[in-house]
Write a protein that binds this ligand. Sequence first.
Ligand code: DGJ
Length: 723
Amino acid sequence: MIKRSILSVLLIAFTFVVNAEIISIQTESTSLVYTVKNKKVYQLHYGKKMNSEKGLDQMPVCLDEVYPSFGNGKSNEVALIAKHDDGTMATDLYYVSHELVKEDNKTTTTIHLKDEKKPFFVDIHIVAYFREDVIEQWVSIHHNEKSAVRLDQYASSVIGSKAPDYYLSHFYGSWAKEMNVLEEPLVNGVKCIESQRGVRATEFENPSFILSLNQKASEDFGEVIMGALAWTGNFKLSFQVNDQGNCQIYSGINPFVSNYNLASGKELVTPRMILTFSDSGKNTASINLHRWARKYNLRNGNQARPVVMNSWEGAYFNFNDQKIKSMMDGAAEMGVELFVLDDGWFGNKYPRNNDKMGLGDWQINEKKLPKGLGDLIDYAEKLGMKFGIWVEPEMVNPDSELAKKHPEWILQRGNDREFLLERNQYLLDLSNPKVQDFVFGIVDNLLTQNPRIAYIKWDCNSYLQNFGSVYLNKTDQSHLWVDYTKGLESVLQKLTQKYPKIAFQACASGGGRVDYGVLKYSDEFWASDDTDPYQRLFIQWGTNYIYPAIGTAAHVTKSPNDQTKRATPLKFRFDIALGGRLGLELLPSDLKSDEVSFIKSGIKLYKEIRSVIQQGDLYRLQSPYDRDGYAAINYVTQAKDSAVLMVYSLEWHRKFDKSLVRMKGLNEKYTYKVTEVNKQTGKTSISQDGQLISGAALMNIGLSVNIKQPLSSSVFVIEKCSE
Ligand code: DGJ
């Protein structure tokens, strides 16, 4: 500790001789500025870049302290509530020092605060990613009081803004209907977005938002703050608007039933809040987050993703090795690169033939797969595909050998209260290090016994309902939500470190785990169990505001769809899945030969254009939420030499209607060749097919795309020919 403060003093002296009262954090186009007044740290600004610090120390303080605490006289929302060792509840945090460390694109600023009276310390950490215009904020809390301090609230980040009006967009839903976009005006008072389910936390609300300042921002105009919390457990984002026109955003772990007893000398580190600001609308903010995520927060975010076939909607639990091999034959013929065996491959005493039993017993089901996994892996590899497998290691069915052997590993309410079931299963207690080792061991054994497994789909199909841990002390039961999530993170961290080349998918009954916490350890996520392409368009639309297309697993399934019973043309299903990480989830033997040929050429096309979709910038051109019944997006490489345009029709349109699509993100001066691809009928939907057109014309005049029927679509490849 002592060494650390000497270092801080030296660093401050070195960095901030000019103006010790201003702490200025800069990215290429944004600034986050704090001022130190009367030994307190206040936010002055977060938004457009300020290229001069002149006079900043003279500016009035309108926004809140960097980390408002309960008991310092304010009656607003607070970031911190602490009960100190003597039972007092007031905390008042004062500036001690700050330091700044620069490395290439990243600058880390740490602001050290201390309570006025108690040896209680909060460090604010802010990492600025210069080129991406993204900042991360989190805190670490420690103390040297005589006994434990109870933390009743411990947010990660507090960011304020001052504007006449605010509009908040957030993402809500439920199972198989995730990430609906809702934009609403923020008025005086507090609006919260939160989860209280412990795991599968993002199914009903996502820990992310877009805040438009002054007026409703569009994709291309207006000031917006976009944020996402990197935490895969209970979260709470509160937006407090007061009558002075201030909006303070408090983000972090949900304090709901989560009092945390922090022992003397121990540290609590909160999750990272990711923030970006754009003064040119929502699309720039999305691009900032996507670029940042691919580089810093999505595992292997710069590597091409393979085309996948997953066995689930094709076979469900009903398979044996012959059926899987025949699926593999069909998959390989169509050009699939990775075959994933989903649920149903394990359990013998309690065979996993439905969702009622077997979870926890991770031995190969000898009846279904008598020759073991090695035989299937060999088969896949002979066909030129890699092999992946499904697991749900946090869970256990009551009908399993594990549940009988280790009842103390199961979360439980105590006092012989009945166990609450969801999907016939219970959660294991990941706050317990022994259970963490067990869960780690499930995947570790699978991967050491089958070193050629290339992909793990990690599922999680239950909320945390039986609140109670046999492992935690009775005084620490309220640590469960937090310690469970930290336990999970630590298992995932160990596994992904040990197996850097093996891809992990985050899945939780579909989109129940779509957050930057889990994505640090995941190559992709399953956005939803709803694979109906019409609804999936909305789900992917919402998801891709915050999370990049490369991480969005999108599968073509059969028609009529199993969840909605809607019948849809194969081309529409395919063109929707093309917008993310393409996969198939159907029985190849159900397909007619013309369908196989269509998928085969579609997969070939995807392989040619995937670098644009997976690594390019995504521009939203026409929203499916608008009433004209069209939707359109385009992806553009950062060099602006290649683009892919996708246009969808959702309604019936009159005979003279066409979708006029103005592309975005191209270079005005370049000439591009426009080619319609993935055509099913040989007919083209634009008169300029195969023509050379300038970026200026494509962006300012646009293409008139002649699609009229609901559930029809067109895809175009736009290639630069000359400058
Ligand atoms: C829920 C997932 O979202 C599905 O894709 C599938 O893996 C099932 N679980 C298997 O039980």
